[in-house]
Write a protein that binds this ligand. Structure first.
Ligand SMILES: C[S@@+](CC[C@H](N)C(=O)[O-])C[C@H]1O[C@@H](n2cnc3c(N)ncnc32)[C@H](O)[C@@H]1O
Length: 318
């Protein structure tokens, strides 16, 4: 039987690298131009259990150091997707994409989209409107970049609509493969009753990252998440035959990330499928059930025992 090869430090022969520690330490091990996509949600400086609240200038300086390394390890055809929300202090908000943009701009990255991720659940504000979106800044390193639009098209609203006059009269007016998903994405965030929920307070939904992985990488490419949390970016990458590398400072989250990969390998990890529409109480029967992932096996078992840097944890994820 074959296994997914999980390494604990940089190892280009692995399928997934889950580094327990500071992302800068992992980044320093990665060669220039190694990864095709960097997708992450960095700490928002909100004083969550995994971060100490910093002065905004200090926070931005830290982010700049990480971003500089990300730019170095990114392929020339690659993309960076930095997913952020608001920093909040005394009821006043600072949208982090606004203050981070000048850093990316200074590295001469090209902003392709400012994607609005809209979701339905969150805190109920009483002195301002409740926040129900966050942002993904999508940058490319150059003007020649991977963008597989057909891989992420969504169903047309009226798929049978036809031209009613002119030379194309009678032909379908929309692309039969579906339409461009646009830059406003309605995807449920991972709250208590979400099928993917772990102990992490702010994990990505897998489907959010799947869309980015499918659009911005090809099979075999490396996807890096410097703040990987419970490994959602790795799951999305592995599901589509990409390779994944990420760092996480909290050991309990790394453990869960490893368990999720093993569960996916065993065919026992449940996710919310990309094709499921947002819950509509008027049409509950239209809902697609959770999808069970079964990763395609890659490497022969003996390779797992080659070095100490590989986790061998068949008992995990049961
Ligand atoms: C917003 S969460 C990301 C969650 C992730 N997207 C997921 O789906 O699980 C940010 C993560 O970065 C981790 N973190 C904070 N500082 C870090 C650092 N210097 N290096 C690596 N990870 C760090 C935190 O522990 C936290 O889990």
């Amino acid at each position: 039987m074959d296994y997914i090869k999980i390494a604990a430090s940089f190892d280009p022969s692995a399928d997934v690298i889950l580094y327990e520690g500071d992302c800068l330490d992992l980044l320093s091990q990665i060669p220039d131009g190694f990864v095709q996509l960097i997708v992450t949600s960095p700490p928002y400086n909100l004083g969550k259990p995994y971060e100490s609240r910093l002065d905004m200038g200090e926070y931005l300086a830290q982010q700049k150091t990480v971003i500089a390394e990300c730019v170095r390890v990114l392929k020339n055809t690659g993309s960076i997707c930095w997913q952020v929300g608001n920093y909040v202090e005394n009821g006043e908000i600072i949208p982090l994409d606004i203050v981070l943009y000048p850093i990316f701009d200074a590295f001469h990255l090209h902003l392709r989209n400012r994607i609005i991720w809209h979701f339905g659940h969150g805190l109920h504000a009483s002195k301002r409107f409740s926040g129900r979106y966050e942002v993904i800044l999508w940058f490319t390193k150059s003007d020649t970049y991977t963008f597989n639009l057909d891989a992420v098209r969504v169903p047309q609203k009226y798929p049978q609509k036809k031209y009613f006059k002119g030379p194309k009269k009678g032909l379908l007016s929309g692309n039969p493969l579906g339409k461009n998903p646009s830059d406003v994405w309605e995807i449920p965030n991972v709250k208590a009753n979400h099928v993917e929920k772990t102990i992490h307070p702010c994990q990505f939904p897998v489907e959010l990252i799947e869309r980015l992985v499918l659009a911005m990488t090809d099979e075999g490419d490396w996807v890096l998440d410097p703040f990987i949390g419970v490994g959602t970016s790795a799951i999305a990458a592995l599901m589509h035959n990409r390779k994944a590398i990420g760092a996480e400072i909290m050991p309990e989250y790394v453990k869960i990330a490893r368990e999720r990969v093993r569960l996916a390998e065993e065919g026992a990890l449940r996710i919310r499928p990309m094709t499921r529409s947002v819950y509509d109480p008027d049409m509950p029967s239209a809902n697609v059930p959770p999808q069970v992932i079964h990763l395609r096996p890659r490497v022969a078992q003996p390779e797992l025992f080659e070095t100490d840097s590989h986790y061998i944890a068949p008992e995990q994820g049961k």
